[in-house]
Design a protein around this ligand. Structure first.
Ligand code: SIN
Length: 489
């Protein structure tokens, strides 16, 4: 195995990182490497293998070769393996969380939270995978018995994002394995280390060779296109931007390939007149600041009843000002960097555009001129609805606020987006608040809560936010084909 050392003196645990591809149960030894950067410092922390199209195909070959025997493996044996991986993730939580913080930037406490969240998908789908299911009944005409069974879809290509480098991988791989599917994983180029470390966890848990394979690459299109267009691939699952999702769907449509797409959001966070302001401000901090705003479920547009708006804006700005910004490895840090310099340029551009259209910008932290990709949290009021910050997914710690006078107007404004992943609504009038939640054109809604991520719940969007669900029992269905067998009796 090619290994590398993180040159930062942050502990022996990080001295033997796997940096090759994981194919057919083996680590490759590659001459072509790509750098991995720490967004808090801009330093290179490791170099990992950089796949070309041939390496991607080798990974698919391995997944195809393992498919039949993995599908034939007893569900209980598959579940036991997932549970061993769950235990190992917890044993190695410190090391894996450190890696997440190093390559992605989120504060260490949040990274520990991600390890726990990511591990739960292994446990949940170990439990779901042994529940079988199916049906047997008599056809209405009485001439046939109808047997309905479910079979694994077949080899899966999973493309995961950098913002939750462990949890987005386990959310796809755990149900695929539980269902009896083999996998090729392509993690985001910014965060390959966590994915490779997770491969080591799966290997140590006893996963047979070829059942999960991982290729890291800086050239996604060169690697992905031949895999997606190969007739042996049976499923594509992607979490990432709507722009890339559309391109992948176009490729997949040519093969009528099964897909799950978890794409971008533009979440409204609505504070109704009946809201408890303490709860709403606390929820807003969580919904906005988790992962420094770099989540598809981040609150993107704050819509606040005009009677509460001034107070809400003041209190939100005060809360954001209390959150220390810095390197996620420092124990006091609550707000980490953005992922790279392009993200900083983009978010700063959104704030500039809003200010040029008349918004007042309240900056809530001093960002020095040191290294790292930091953006100061800010609250924006008087935001023009045509501003980019209102129309686009921000992916940063910026909270734009608009006011409304009546609830119908707020619902129309909340639904005025092509995205439909999640919304949040705060209100103490149960009837009005629940009617609002039901009226939101989103796949998910938080009522009086700013965090809804939960392994037992079906996560996913409507409209341009995607297709399919992850987590819950629906998450397993995504990797199973329903088959009907008619028996003449
Ligand atoms: C995401 O941002 O795509 C995932 C967030 C979550 O699972 O909570």
């Amino acid at each position: 195995m090619t290994t590398a050392t993180v040159p930062r003196g942050i502990g022996d645990a990080l001295t033997d990182l796997p940096v090759g591809h994981f194919i057919g149960g083996h680590w490759t030894d590659d001459p072509t490497l790509q750098p991995v950067e720490n967004p808090a410092t801009g330093e290179m922390i490791a170099a990992v293998a950089d796949a070309d199209a041939g390496t991607g195909m080798a990974a698919l070959n391995a997944a195809v070769a393992a498919q039949e025997s993995w599908a034939a493996t007893h569900p209980r044996a598959r579940a036991d393996l997932l549970m061993r991986a769950f235990d190992l993730l917890h044993e190695r939580a410190d090391r894996i969380a450190t890696l997440i913080t190093l390559e992605m930037g989120k504060p260490y406490a949040e990274a520990r939270g991600e390890v726990a969240y990511g591990a739960e998908f292994l446990r949940w789908f170990a439990e779901e995978g042994v529940r079988g299911g199916g049906d047997y009944f008599r056809a209405p005409a009485g001439d046939q018995r109808i047997v309905v069974t479910r079979q694994p879809v077949g080899p899966v290509y999973a493309i995961t994002p950098w913002n939750f480098p462990l949890a987005m991988a386990t959310r796809k791989i755990a149900p695929a394995l539980a269902a009896g599917c083999t996998v090729v994983l392509k993690p985001a180029p910014q965060t390959p280390l966590t994915a490779l470390e997770f491969m080591r966890v799966l290997a140590d848990a006893g996963l047979p060779a070829g059942v999960v394979n991982c290729v890291t690459t800086s050239n996604a299109a060169e690697v992905s296109t031949p895999i997606i267009t190969d007739p042996r691939l049976r499923k594509l699952t992607f979490t990432g931007s709507t722009v890339v999702g559309r391109l992948l769907l176009a490729q997949a449509s040519r093969r009528v390939l099964r897909t799950s797409m978890e794409l971008g959001g533009n979440a409204p966070f609505v504070v109704l007149e009946s809201a408890d302001l303490d709860k709403a401000v606390a929820g807003a901090v969580l919904a906005k600041m988790r992962n420094t705003g770099q989540a598809c479920v981040s609150a993107n547009r704050f819509l606040v009843h005009e009677s509460l708006a001034a107070d809400f804006g003041d209190r939100l700005a005060a809360e954001l000002s209390r959150l220390p910004v810095g390197d996620g490895l420092a124990p006091s840090t609550r707000v980490g960097p953005l992922i790279d310099s392009a993200a900083v340029d983009r978010v700063e551009g959104l704030v500039r555009d809003a200010a040029e259209r008349g918004a007042q910008v309240r900056t809530c932290a001093e960002i020095g001129s040191g290294p790292g990709y930091f953006v100061a949290p800010a609250v924006l009021t008087g935001v023009d609805p045509e501003s980019r910050v209102w129309r686009e997914e921000i992916f940063g710690p910026i909270a734009p606020i608009r006011t409304f006078a009546d609830t119908e107007q707020a619902l129309a404004a909340a639904n005025d987006s092509e995205a439909g992943l999640v919304g949040y609504v705060y209100g103490e009038n149960l009837g009005e608040t629940m009617r609002f939640a039901e009226g939101l054109q989103t796949g998910m809604c938080g009522v009086n809560t700013g965090i809804i991520s939960e392994v037992a719940a079906p996560f996913g969007g409507v409209k341009a936010s995607g297709l399919g669900r992850e987590g819950g029992s629906a998450g397993l269905d995504e990797y199973l084909e329903v088959k009907y067998i008619g028996v003449a009796l």
